[in-house]
Design a protein around this ligand. Sequence first.
Ligand code: BG6
Length: 448
Amino acid sequence: MTDQTLIILGASGDLTARLLLPGLGALLATGQVPGLTLIGAARDDWDDEQWRRRVAESCGEGVVSRTSYQRADVTDAEDLRRILGAARGPAAIFFALPPAVTARACDALLKLDLPEGTRLVLEKPFGIDGDAAAALNAVLARLVPEERIHRVDHFLGKSTVLNILGLRFANRIFEPLLSAEHVASVEVVFDEALALENRAGYYDHAGAMADMIQSHLLQILALLAMEAPGTLDAAEFRDRKADVLRATRLWDPSPAACSRRARYTAGTLDGRNLPAYADEPGVDPSRGTETLAELVFTVDTWRWAGVPFRLRSGKAIGNSRKEAVITFKRPPRIPDGLTGCDQPDRLRIGFGPDALGLDFNINGPGDPFQLDPVTLSAAFGPGDLPPYGEVLRGVFENDPTLSVRGDTAEHCWRIVAPVAKAWRAGEVPLLEYAAGSAGPKDSLLAQP
Ligand code: BG6
């Protein structure tokens, strides 16, 4: 690999310190990106030394040898020209910025001639709705070709999420059962113990639906429901994902019937007293931002028609649960005389702890005609790289497989648009749940 440069716009921010630099550090430690120059740019009045300390803290000492800091207004074309001028070899520009600032920075880039090989790396949320995403796509298309645009969804860099592909397509035993003929429902749940974590500036404008469902969980749905790609190259993998998402719509024409929204009130979680979301500093309670969202979809294809896909994510949940659960239909006929077959078979893919579980019924000890539920389980090993390391590897190798294609990014907003509209209009009540509880009582999930 030749010399190249990673430019981080928004270098002093939380995303850079918490996720981006540690991911970069893990990737560089594997020796896969020799000759990388790192440039951090932000408004803050830092100097190279301060930035180097930040890089060393997050990446590890000595991992990045060539790095510098540029104080800049990243929405100003002349400042961007200066930053690009400091790059060695082709540059990847990472917009670690809020969506509105990213859009202005992209507009400013239109005034420059971007060097051959420039890549643009954009964080989620990609826009704030379908129209904003389309407008941003139109600007990006004038800057670089689509294969050089990396729309990051770090869940696609999680090794357990990628394991869905191996599980489904490299084994004979599950895939033939994954269809409406055998599956009763699919649930993708990402309930976190984490609360707001000082992210009001971003989160209060996003909420759980945009933060998790419209982005990460729809990507997981796509991997669970896609047809087998012939290869995992970018074009084919992303085509198969797009096929599924194009067929994905709300389960019911009425958003009130197929969505729930809620926000947490004060409570106790892991021995900590948490304030109500509405009382967190920086939150404007009148926005009515949800901290938990549930949406039910149909994937309207020959394979999946009639199977509900329930997606849910919440913050400040006690006993957090992060998994996809495929619940199978009951056997067509259980012989008279076999008893205790009460639980349906379930395949569980855990996203932390990363594990696979298969629940089914067998005769346990004692009476051979009395069945009991058992679980076969296997741990998924951790990936070599954290998700951001995996995503950055794709960027440095010019491989957009794990990034979200432009049309898909727009489409994911359109899928949830009727719910967003109904919520804005107050047609679906904002429920409440105590921090540390299991979420609101009124839930669309089939199982707790
Ligand atoms: C981020 C969301 O994209 O994903 C956060 O903005 C969420 O709200 C996080 O907590 C979950 O991902 P991970 O990798 O930390 O489990």
